[in-house]
Ligand binder design. Structure first.
Ligand code: ADP
Ligand code: ASP
Ligand code: MG
Length: 420
């Protein structure tokens, strides 16, 4: 069972989480619980780091932000004990949850489960702080924002759990963020592949890595709500959304939304656009730009290179995570001589909107529907990228909600019974 930030926000909520865990224990289940920091806490801690220095050392950032989960794991263990359920917390370094050394976005390697398994076998609920791990050199790492989902899937795989239930503040995965589009529809099943793509383009209901890991390790994942009363259906009745293999998703009744061309729409406001003007139009020019970014461990997303001007130079535009903007600009400025650009321009007021669906593989016209829908509304497209099952566009941040709503309707995803 994994509980997210809103589910852990305050002692009252932690008590209700404890009650939900107790219900599973009373039903005869052995339970490991992974918890997030209280809602807003990680943002607060990240804010402190930024305030201390915009070019903070990621190793020390990890020391700071890993603290939020340490607090909630101890508190949940206390709340469980108070409810008469034997419980013990296990911090990332205690198990340990081994990761690589990519601080602030570390990848989980191995999880030592011997002590954990023994404790669980002895009847204790194991409470594990999400988001944190331990690098080989003994330093604390964190897994990137939303990383508790990945901790949960990794623990589930390591202890060979029957299922990994991700409890959050919505009752499943929807065709788009239900907080933006009230007409969004809940999906009973989503394939790993589609969920992976949706998450990677901004559907933060699950962290992207958690889905990739679940797919690789074949972990059964359910997304469900922690905001339900004591007589809500048990998790075993699968009241949420199941993330499943394509085979299982295929065995659905006709007319299910999973059979539709588009499964969902996602948006991401956490990207920043960078443009380098008058870059020499010659072999190696693009590599001179992206090599220093790769060296700084920065992921570049959308890329456009404009047609060369008459004088043999061109503009290159791309996006990076907003959180990496300062470091990107720094790396590019340092490489200014080898790249040879005239100006370095950036814009954080952008958003990426994406439509995702495996049906796209066999159908033409998905992209053109997107461009036409946005064009009719006067929404300007600044960049485009595609994959086999996804089309993304970069637009002005202020037009995000409008774009998502228009597209949700255009692809026929609106719930039939919802008021227009
Ligand atoms: P937690 O703190 O439990 O990890 P998150 O805030 O990370 O919760 O993720 C849950 C949120 O994801 C929901 O409140 C919802 O606004 C958002 N969300 C975005 N896209 C979707 C989607 N397609 N389906 C459901 N929720 C979504
Ligand atoms: N607390 C961390 C974050 O906000 C990890 C998580 O909640 O999944 O990103
Ligand atoms: Mg989350």
């Amino acid at each position: 069972m994994k509980f997210g930030g809103t589910s852990m926000a305050g002692i009252e909520r932690i008590r209700s989480v404890a009650a939900r865990v107790k219900r599973e224990v009373d039903a005869g289940n052995q339970v490991a619980v992974v918890v997030s920091a209280m809602a807003g806490e990680t943002d607060r801690l990240v804010g402190f780091c930024r305030e201390a220095s915009s070019l903070y050392d990621p190793r020390e950032y990890d020391v700071v932000v890993a603290a939020g989960e340490q607090i909630t794991s101890g508190l949940l263990a206390i709340a469980l004990q108070a409810a008469g359920v034997p419980a013990r917390s296990w911090l990332g370094w205690q198990l340990p949850i081994q990761t690589d050394a990519a601080h602030a976005k570390a990848r989980i390697g191995e999880i030592a489960v011997d002590a954990l398994a023994a404790s669980m076998a002895a009847g204790e609920v194991a409470v594990i702080p999400g988001f944190q791990g331990l690098a080989e050199d003994g330093r604390v790492t964190t897994l990137g924002r939303g990383g508790s989902d990945t901790s949960a899937v990794a623990v589930a795989a390591a202890i060979k759990a029957d299922r990994c239930d991700i409890y959050t503040d919505v009752d499943g995965v929807y065709t788009t963020d239900p907080r933006i589009v009230p007409r969004a529809r809940k999906l009973n099943k989503v394939t790993y592949e589609e969920m992976l793509e949706l998450a990677s383009v901004g559907a933060k209901v699950l962290q992207t890595r958690s889905v990739g890991l679940a797919m690789k390790e074949q972990v059964r994942v359910q997304v469900l709500s922690s905001f339900t009363g004591p007589d809500a259906p048990m998790a075993d009745t699968l009241p949420g959304t199941m993330i499943v293999g394509e085979e299982e998703a295929g065995q659905q009744e006709n007319g299910d939304v999973e059979r539709q061309l588009i499964t969902g729409i996602a948006h991401d406001k956490n990207e920043a656009k960078i443009t380098l003007t008058s870059v020499p139009d010659q072999p190696g020019a693009v590599s001179a730009i992206f090599e220093p970014l790769a060296a700084a461990n920065i992921n570049v997303d959308m890329i456009i290179q404009n047609i060369a001007h008459n004088h043999g130079s061109t503009d290159v535009t791309f996006t990076v995570p907003s959180a990496d903007l300062a470091r990107s600009l720094e790396a590019l400025n340092q490489a200014r001589e080898s790249i040879g650009f005239a100006e370095l321009v950036h814009d954080t007021r952008v958003a990426k909107v994406s439509v995702v669906g495996v049906g796209m593989r066999s159908h033409a016209g998905v992209a053109s529907t997107m461009f036409t829908t946005l064009g009719k509304r006067g929404i300007n497209i600044q960049a485009i990228s595609t994959s086999e099952i996804k089309v993304s566009v970069l637009i002005h941040e202020d037009e995000t909600e409008l774009a998502v709503r228009m597209l949700h309707t255009a692809y026929g995803l609106d719930a039939a019974d919802a008021a227009a």
